[in-house]
Design a protein around this ligand. Sequence first.
Ligand code: AMP
Length: 393
Amino acid sequence: MKRTIEDIDVKGKRVLLRVDFNVPLDDSGNILDASRITAELPTIKYLLAHGAKVIICSHIGRPKGEPNPKLSMVSVAKYLVQHLHCKVRFSSNAIGPEAQKNVDMLEDGEVLVLENIRFYKEEEENSPVFSAKLAELADIFVNDAFGTAHRKHSSTYGVAKLLPNAVGFLMGKEINTIASVLENPQRSFIAILGGAKISDKLKVVKNLLETCDTVLIGGGMAYTFLKAQGVEIGNSLYEEECLNDAKEILQKAKEKNKRLLLPQDHVCAAVFSPNAVAFKVKTQYIPTGMIGMDIGARTIKQYVNEIKNAKTIIWNGPMGVFEFLNFREGTKKIAKAVAKSSAKSIVGGGDSLSAIKSLKLEKKIYHLSTGGGASLKLISGEVLPGVDVIADK
Ligand code: AMP
């Protein structure tokens, strides 16, 4: 078990709190969805109530190591002013003399918001010098950013090596819930994987074949597997460099007597466009020139049946191009089936979560994970650097 904020004395201490405030902003800097901030308030309020000086650090968007006023954390600071009953300061630099001056002004029970940490290219490089500069600002490091726990960055990893550390409530909940479900999973244990980036998910599929009974594949990543089996895929999404790995995984599933199911039919389009017309293709192969955009009715039926018989379910990634109206049926039906099931379910990944939310099914899911990539890696048995680096109790 990792040390949590309840295991340490934070009174009078400068606490550097790494959070995931990667919120959508409009062009005027208004926060379009503050749910990531509201979810974090219990950790912040706990630290304030226990007399800490709270220094908030996060990234927003992908500024690629350059300052970008459209991605400023000043929006977060303004939001916190309205939602916390304490003084909230903002530092337009995350390190250096200005940040230090702001930290020095902090009283116990006050908050300082640092500028977007990804305005510095050293952050993603996990630069030791940059980590040391961050560490100078604080006495304790708390990581509550589960969504970036799989990244070895300065503010998620490097700085944790230099300071006494702990996890916050959100991180604690994610790692404990996922561990408790996976410790001794009830069977049948199925994983449903979709989305576009097969290169990100191949290792996950491979690892999941060790623990799951059945893996259901949908979305764009299915087509590399189908191609690996020699099935015609038309113009569907396909990653040539993943073909051999996909073949290996199919072979591994056979050897291990695990079931790895691929779409049997599809909803296709002639063009990849929001207004594309949907064509039902009742075979596994896709006609020349067509693009597989969603799983078809027969596949949905088969996958829903698998879900009905499951006692543990992991779902990450949409079954089709969920953003386009004509190609969201597969994802919606899977979302409904997972919600209806009495299995312990863990759902992660932006599109799967939005499918669940748009259908108002949040309460029917055992655990909605805030970190898509991080939860997949944790589930598949990989070590998350941002968690690993935190001391055990
Ligand atoms: P990921 O980030 O890997 O979870 O992928 C999510 C994206 O996968 C979404 O933007 C979907 O539109 C996309 N996606 C799902 N199915 C397909 C498909 N059949 N072809 C292309 N993109 C897809």
